[in-house]
Each structure stands twice: as structure tokens, then as C-alpha cells.
Design a protein around this ligand. Structure first.
Ligand SMILES: Cc1cc2nc3c(=O)[nH]c(=O)nc-3n(C[C@H](O)[C@H](O)[C@H](O)COP(=O)(O)OP(=O)(O)OC[C@H]3O[C@@H](n4cnc5c(N)ncnc54)[C@H](O)[C@@H]3O)c2cc1C
Length: 211
């Protein structure tokens, strides 16, 4: 039976990007959403291979702000969102040699601006914490104190569980074969099981986003 359902948003790709978008759309009352994943399970590609560290630092200010906002969500998810903590706290140290002191100052200013918790360490202080650094000569170090290791499985499955409960159509084994474009706008996504019409199509296909 061909699927001719109409959606507000069809999301292609069920990794962390697609799953989180589905969840946050429903948070804003957008529930006529379909999430298509071509593999038999979610998170099969990059999401399932992540080293899972949250490092709330980035030299690009907009990306750093997004990381800080993401970090806040991981530390303080909404009540009932997940069964287990999403973040296992660890310290993260970023080292700067003498020629990079300007980057150190820029980074510290950005962390302050985005209210990311950190300590600024001298060479002696960083060596005292990590004696292996005796072989290296960091001039200064930034120690991020609210970062950690993300429980990616818990995060991904929580996004999907809530999205499903709120009415999102979540499909695995469903590959987007083509996107129908009319007058410069995407109107539908073609799958083997039929065509899903949509007001918006989001390409969250990860490494396959180009093709
Ligand atoms: C080795 C490694 C280590 C990493 N370490 C970290 C880290 O420590 N910290 C960190 O924050 N990030 C890390 N990352 C990055 C992070 O994992 C990725 O940024 C993130 O998982 C990307 O998610 P995604 O949803 O965009 O992509 P993906 O997880 O790849 O999801 C895209 C999905 O789209 C599906 N898809 C593709 N084409 C179609 C189609 N036509 N129809 C339907 N579905 C389709 C794919 O099957 C896939 O499941 C790491 C990545 C790797 C590879």
C-alpha cells in the first residue's frame, strides 16, 4: 500500500542529528514528523562510533555557543527525559605552548562569555595534575571542569522514545531514494514503501548528506 501521508517535516537520517531534531520539534508542538533511517537500527554510523566526549570549547564562537547549550542540556535534562545520567563528568585539559598564548587568551575570553566552567592553570599547576606533562612544556592550560563523557546510547534512545510517544513516525529500514523538488522547494521524499509529502525536508544523512 503506497504511503501518501503528509507531514510538516520529514527528516532523512536517524543518527543523533535527526533524532534530536525530531525530539525538539515535538517540544515546540510540531508532531506531524517522520524520521527515516535506512539501516535496521538507529545510530549505526557516526553516532554509534563517537568517542563520546563533551568538550565545551571551539575556536568558532557560534559552534562554541552551541556546545555550551548542548552541555547544559546534558547536565540538566528535563525531568523524566532519561533513565540514567547523560553525562559522566571528567576534567578536560587544553594545553598551550608559549607561541600560542594569544589563542589561550582568546579561548579563555570565549569560555567566560559563554559561562563555561574552567580553571586557568600555570605550567607548574598543569604538571602537578598530570605528571606525564613533565616531558612537555605547556606554558598555560585551560581545564574545563563541567565536561565529560556522554552516554550516547541513553541520549539517542531517549530522544527517539519521547519523539515516538509524541506521535513522530519513526521508521528504520527506510531509505530516502529521492527528494521531489518543485519551484525550488522540497515537496516529498520517495522511499521504497511510498512517497511522503512534506512541508519541509531535513537532510540529516550525515556523511551521505551530499548525495
Ligand atoms: C570515530 C568518531 C569519534 C567521534 N568522537 C566524538 C566525540 O568525542 N564527541 C563528539 O561530540 N562527537 C564525536 N564524533 C562526531 C559525532 O559522532 C558526529 O558528529 C555525530 O554522530 C553525527 O551525527 P549525524 O546524525 O549527523 O550522523 P550519523 O550518525 O552518521 O547519522 C546519519 C544517518 O543517516 C542515515 N542515512 C544516510 N542516508 C540515508 C538515506 N538516504 N535515507 C535514510 N537514512 C539515511 C545513515 O544510515 C545514518 O544513520 C565522532 C565521530 C567519529 C566517527
Amino acid at each position: 500500500m503506497p504511503d501518501t501521508s503528509e507531514f510538516d517535516v520529514v527528516i532523512i537520517g536517524g543518527g543523533i542529528a535527526g533524532a534530536s531534531l525530531a525530539y525538539f520539534l515535538t517540544e515546540r508542538g510540531v508532531t506531524k514528523v517522520a524520521l527515516l533511517e535506512r539501516e535496521s537500527q538507529h545510530g549505526y554510523h557516526s553516532t554509534g562510533r563517537s568517542a563520546a566526549s563533551l568538550v565545551e570549547f571551539d575556536p568558532i564562537p557560534a559552534v562554541q555557543r552551541l556546545k555550551a547549550m548542548g552541555g547544559e542540556f546534558l547536565r540538566n535534562p528535563p525531568a523524566g527525559f532519561a533513565d540514567n545520567p547523560l553525562l559522566i563528568p571528567t576534567l578536560v585539559m587544553i594545553l598551550y605552548r608559549r607561541p600560542n598564548l594569544r589563542e589561550f587568551q582568546r579561548a579563555a575570553a570565549g569560555l567566560r562569555r559563554d559561562r563555561v566552567a574552567f580553571e586557568s592553570l600555570s605550567c607548574a599547576e598543569s604538571k602537578a595534575r598530570v605528571p606525564a606533562l613533565l616531558l612537555d612544556e605547556p606554558e598555560r592550560a585551560l581545564m574545563l571542569t563541567s565536561c565529560g563523557r556522554i552516554d550516547v546510547h541513553e541520549l539517542l534512545t531517549s530522544y527517539l522514545r519521547h519523539a515516538r510517544r509524541r506521535g513522530v513516525l519513526v521508521r528504520t529500514g527506510s531509505e530516502a531514494r529521492a527528494i521531489v523538488v518543485e519551484n525550488g522547494r522540497c515537496h516529498a521524499v520517495v522511499t521504497d514503501a511510498g512517497t511522503l509529502r512534506a512541508r519541509c525536508v531535513v537532510n540529516a544523512a550525515g556523511a551521505w548528506a551530499g548525495p
